[in-house]
Design a protein around this ligand. Structure first.
Ligand code: PLP
Length: 220
């Protein structure tokens, strides 16, 4: 699918859901994609991207940002505390805040650096052992904890279980956000972004539908 085709699908999904046009931010997930493909999307005027690893973001984006200065890069993957400083320096938003130790580290660094990216709290809506995120019953407390640390929490993020209807998870995330007064909803990927928009997504994270399949790592 081209970027233009995806934008048409987003507009249709917004209209169908009775939402304000262009109220969904499209994060083009450029992780593991060759630079030529990323550059092609930048050349088409797109300026919001997602990476799931801090090191990859740090290696790829400073040079692109020199050429396309109004670009934003959001970290959408898990963040280790020892990479938090680099993440705060490289990224304009972090979608994977999921534990007190990370929140405390971000708060300390925010004081030191004098700024903090927008933060989304990742919720493990499917309560899957292998997945990061706060479980739903602990989310209200964790949001309050982050707010007491003066962290700029703008919303919630989820990655639904692969074998379940994502709409149920999107609806749960929207419900938790609403009762906590949060407006940001980072949810929906290549296969389900229209359903996420129907449930109120403000940020969809779309990779392969824009760039094509991520190349397999070279055999070693
Ligand atoms: C890779 C990734 C995406 C994008 O996945 P696609 O299926 O390629 O659209 C979205 N969110 C997260 C957290 C990811 O790691």
């Amino acid at each position: 699918m081209s970027l233009a085709e995806i934008k048409v699908k987003i507009a249709k999904a917004e209209e169908k859901a009775g939402r304000v046009p262009s109220s969904t931010h499209l994060i083009a997930v450029s992780k593991k994609q060759p630079n030529e493909r990323v550059e092609a999307v930048l050349e088409q005027g797109h300026r919001l991207f997602g990476e799931n690893r801090v090191q990859e973001a740090a290696a790829k984006w400073p040079a692109f940002k020199d050429r396309f200065p109004d670009t934003s890069v959001h970290l959408i993957g898990p963040l280790q505390t020892n990479k938090a400083r680099q993440a705060m320096e490289q990224c304009d938003a972090i979608h994977s805040v999921d534990r007190p130790k990370l929140a405390q580290t971000l708060a300390r660094l925010a004081q030191e650096l004098g700024h903090c990216p927008d933060l989304f709290i990742q919720v493990n809506t499917g309560e899957e052992d292998q997945k990061a995120g706060v479980i739903p019953t602990e989310t209200d407390d964790f949001i309050k904890k982050c707010q007491r640390l003066d962290l700029p929490v703008v919303g919630l993020m989820c990655i639904p279980p692969v074998d379940e209807e994502p709409s149920l998870h999107f609806a749960l995330l929207a419900k938790i956000a609403a009762r906590n007064g949060l407006t940001g909803l980072s949810m929906g990927m290549s296969g389900d972004f229209e359903r996420a928009i129907a449930q109120g997504a403000t940020h969809i994270r779309v990779g392969s539908a824009i760039f094509g399949e991520r190349p397999a790592p070279a055999a070693t």
